[in-house]
Write a protein that binds this ligand. Structure first.
Ligand SMILES: [Zn+2]
Length: 277
């Protein structure tokens, strides 16, 4: 999403166009206009006139000049026939990236709201901050902002081979890049070296930052790297992975779908490697 496409906001401007993009969720699943996964975000003026019962809503900002709202729907009220719920990971593979970012933002704001009803220090009921996206404790003043958990994701490379691993949670035959959370007190670069060493036992030479991706499952931010292999035999950490192997770039296993940062890293490296040899 380019900077000019989305202007975040907390309070809707007074003179706003009334029709808006509604990023709605029912039982944590995105609600789309029936079946239209490619252009699915409901756009209308008034949810109740569409037969929708909204529990909670947040103004998110302007996307391409149009207002956007995150909303959770009353699970007991049901959905009118023209709407349907959809799997968020399916959306990731099919929606344009900018739209998926909005869905992810909406999901994270709703989850943050639900999980920060009470102050973590004194237990009082929290209030919304008057101007910021924050919750404030009226008794002890503690402020809570939406939580982000930074992660690194790394494609380890050795000329025409790339190192991909398999988590037991993956669908059958899928291999992917290596990923993990950044620990408190650690730099991003230290996290890349540590995670790769822990998960597969190899050491890295040069790191190259490529791209980031918000990953709203539930509140990660992925920082994507390509790393050059330096030394070490693959030694799989069996608590994390069930297998990891070097794969020739022309004979890859099943890899993550388009839209994922893992796939971006793999495609980017292979295209550039082939252009250079
Ligand atoms: Zn408090």
């Amino acid at each position: 999403m380019s900077q000019s496409e989305f202007v975040p906001g907390v309070l809707a401007p007074a003179n706003i166009n009334k029709a808006a993009n509604w990023l709605m969720f029912l039982n944590d699943k995105p609600v789309i206009v029936g079946g239209q996964v490619k252009n699915p975000i409901p756009y209308f003026e008034n949810p109740s006139r569409m037969g929708l019962t909204i529990d909670n809503r947040f103004y998110l900002g302007l996307f391409r000049g149009e207002a956007c709202y995150a909303a959770s729907l009353d699970p007991l009220a049901g959905l009118p026939a023209e709407f349907t719920v959809c799997d968020m990971k399916l959306m990731l593979a099919q929606l344009p990236e900018a739209w998926f970012q909005l869905v992810g933002l909406a999901q994270q704001i709703l989850t943050w709201d639900r999980n920060h009803q009470y102050c973590g220090a004194c237990g009082s009921h929290t209030h919304f901050h008057a101007a910021d996206r924050a919750k404030v404790c009226p008794d002890c003043g503690l402020q809570n902002y939406p939580r982000l958990s930074p992660c690194i994701i790394t494609l380890v490379t050795n000329k025409d081979k790339v190192l991909l691993g398999r988590s037991p949670r993956f669908i059958p035959d899928l291999y992917s890049t290596l990923a993990g959370y950044i620990e408190p007190g650690e730099t991003v670069e230290q996290a890349v070296h540590r995670e790769v060493k822990e998960e597969v036992g190899v050491e890295l030479a040069k790191l190259e930052y490529v791209k980031s991706q918000p990953w709203p499952f539930p509140h990660s931010l992925m920082l994507g790297f390509i790393a050059e292999y330096q030394q070490g035999e693959i030694r799989v950490d069996e608590d994390e992975l069930e297998d990891a192997q070097w794969w020739h770039i022309d004979k890859l296993p099943l890899i993550p779908p388009q839209g994922t940062i893992s796939r971006v890293l793999i495609d980017f490296y292979i295209e550039r490697y082939k252009a250079r040899v």
